[in-house]
Ligand binder design. Sequence first.
Ligand SMILES: C[S@@+](CC[C@H](N)C(=O)[O-])C[C@H]1O[C@@H](n2cnc3c(N)ncnc32)[C@H](O)[C@@H]1O
Length: 522
Amino acid sequence: MNSSTQSIVSRTADAYDSVPYESLPFDTAQPEHLAAIAVLLGMTPVPLTSARVLEIGCAAGGNLLPFAIKHPQAHCIGVDLSERQIRDGQAFIKQFDVQNVELLAMDICKAGDELGQFDYIICHGVFSWVPADVQQGILAACKRLLSENGMAYISYNVFPGWHCWEIGRHLMYRASAHIEDPKQRLAVAMEALRVFSEHASDSPDRPLRQILKEGLKRIEGQPWYYVLHEYLEPCNTPLYFRDFVGHCASNGLRYLGDVQFSSMFRENVASGEADTFIGQHAKHRYDEEELFDYLSGRTFRRSLIVHDHRQLNLAVEPSRLNTLFVSSTLHRVNEPVSGDAVTFRKQNNHDYKLKIRDPMGIAILDLLSAHTPHPVDLPTLLFEYWTVSGEDASKKTDQDILQGLDTIATFLLSLLKKDAVAVAFQPVMATNHISERPEAFALARAQAIIEQSWVCNTYAQVVPTEPIMKALLPMLDGTRTVQDLLAAKQQWLPANEPKQHDAASVLQRNLERMCATSLLTR
Ligand SMILES: C[S@@+](CC[C@H](N)C(=O)[O-])C[C@H]1O[C@@H](n2cnc3c(N)ncnc32)[C@H](O)[C@@H]1O
């Protein structure tokens, strides 16, 4: 590592020591998600129960914790340059006696074989913010530390989309470079962006004003620590997708696929002449995917990589869904008039609409909708389908079952390619019902005690908390009945709460919310 890289590395460590990153979980960077995508791409992932997981640039370990808590026999190691972030994470682990997570303050480039081999390596939000030598160090560490059947996840900023964003970042970085104090520096950087988004050129051949305006919109409302690190770190080096693939290859690694499964399919990105052009001129899937980036202006990628000697079998067969679990947030918006298509809409993205005409497809989506957000395996779906359509499952032959599974898998694969459904590698330990003795996810119970305005649910998603929910969560360890909770209302219901007299309905509402946000495990 040359002295300029060394100096950037120590500045990076100082930057995260002085302004730590909020250590969040990311559902699509969890081994459960990586394993599910790998199955679709023809791999046999290492079982999760006793997997070894490494996170590079783990901050305070927030992304490792949900996996570690759900898989007590697994072992997780997180490394990060910032001693302060690692200390914060270690304090949490000690306070709540988490036995299977180790956090180490170190530069990943110096990680030796003594760390052991890992089945899953996660490197989220790091690769683009380190110098080129460190990028090589990350890939070299992946090669050295990845077990034979392991897989690594690396996210990074990509061109050409980032070319637009770079204009605003360079302006912010340069206009504020003379200021030491991080908060003051950010204020000046934001002011630069605001001023220039009003006054920069708006001529059609140099539409800087428009680009900066969009940049400002993207940043406004984001937490300040995030904007500071995203835009004002000395390094922010996006790259073209094929260059990333090339760097992987020169480190003995190979691109397996994208964790956003639908992004790999041409029909989702290209149409008309662009579709024809890509069909004629892309000689390899890497060329094709890079051309998708030109079409969509994509700015961020999350790639799965494996050892380069692994054989790939990328023809995605419906049968690959047979061992997975499928979920959907689609809900129907109209009742079917006989023979007409039914429109489904995503719960969390109302712009996403899907029209289904086939009665079996409609029934399957209704069934998935009843399980939302939890994933269901295909045999269960088939059985439920037969039940709702009045067929006697006990009379079905093995042939009927195979045929039924194949039909459902083919339908669901077509939806998966359109991002209409999601897959999971295993069932999730969340419940759709409030039990007599409600139990909340152990990590959320622990996080509710510390000074933090959110907790992590069983899907490794962030759920914002309010005071009543924060006070209730630690009590939901499965030992107290709803009556016990009501009897102890002084512990969770503030004395000045206007609904003091109606504690039962406040409790019910909070339990329902926890259930709906996948915080309850029982
Ligand atoms: C933008 S933060 C991302 C944190 C977390 N992965 C996330 O996405 O929320 C980048 C992290 O990478 C760490 N980092 C940067 N260079 C590193 C290196 N050479 N070795 C280990 N960690 C590094 C930083 O200290 C910082 O915590």
